[in-house]
Design a protein around this ligand. Sequence first.
Ligand code: ZN
Length: 309
Amino acid sequence: MEASVTPSRNQHTLAVSCEVHGRGYWTGKQVQVAIHPASIGTGLRFIRTDMAEPNHCQASIEFREDASLRTNLLNGEVRLQMVEHLMAALAALEIDNCIIEIDGEEFPALDGSSLRYVEAMSDAGLIIQAAEKRRLVIQETMRIERGSSWVELSPALHGESYFEYRLSFDDQIPIKSQTFGLNLTPDRFIREVAAARTFVTEQQAASIRAQGVAAHVTNQDLLVIGDDGPIENTYRFNDECARHKTLDLIGDLALSGVEFIGRATSFRGGHSLNGEVAEYLKELAVAEINQIAPSINVPKSVPHLRKAM
Ligand SMILES: [Zn+2]
């Protein structure tokens, strides 16, 4: 048996609505995000208020649309860009049911981190709901590989939900190798991860600007890293890059829709590999819930999968 699905803590929603606004990195459009309380079983539901119905998309991995450097969702005509920093904040604060209204396609960049979402939702407060969240308990070590990147899922030693990122770039990229990991709790996320910002190298920034996008984004809106560290900016943590990659991992895996009990370690992984892992977690959960024989060692939707040595 590779995993089991068991009831866990009670579900939560927000006590009152909260709002966050700002401009998207890619589109540059000013958007307003309103996060509202919702009843048991709603899950996390996005609504594009700038569109006519049908204008909704569930925050679920089945709607993931492949995009570079961010996580997008697409349901019919309803596209949402860069959902991962909000998803990480929702997962870390254990918010299971809410309606997220946005009057545009792309979530605001803010300072490149989850901090503003966490502040807004912490101020709003939580309500405990009379239903249990399902959790997926990993029982065997699995590794999902793609090229030189991999994500390993292994059993928790003490029932923890552990996320780790091992950052290791090639020599020409001026970011030193670094590892960050944590047992995810709301408090630890707020203190150690929420403020870690998005980063790009100077070269990546130049190539993105050459495509004619993100012209409004300044060196203060994220970390642009040159040979001597962040350009016109300073790190909030010495290992801020690994912390941000951990944030992305938490946000992307949350699209599986289950609470993850186990250890997820990523070596050089990005949004695309995270997406495959989230899909795999969802398949494992569905197989367990439906009591399908656990013979899905190599699910079709997860290429390059093999058991870890
Ligand atoms: Zn990110």
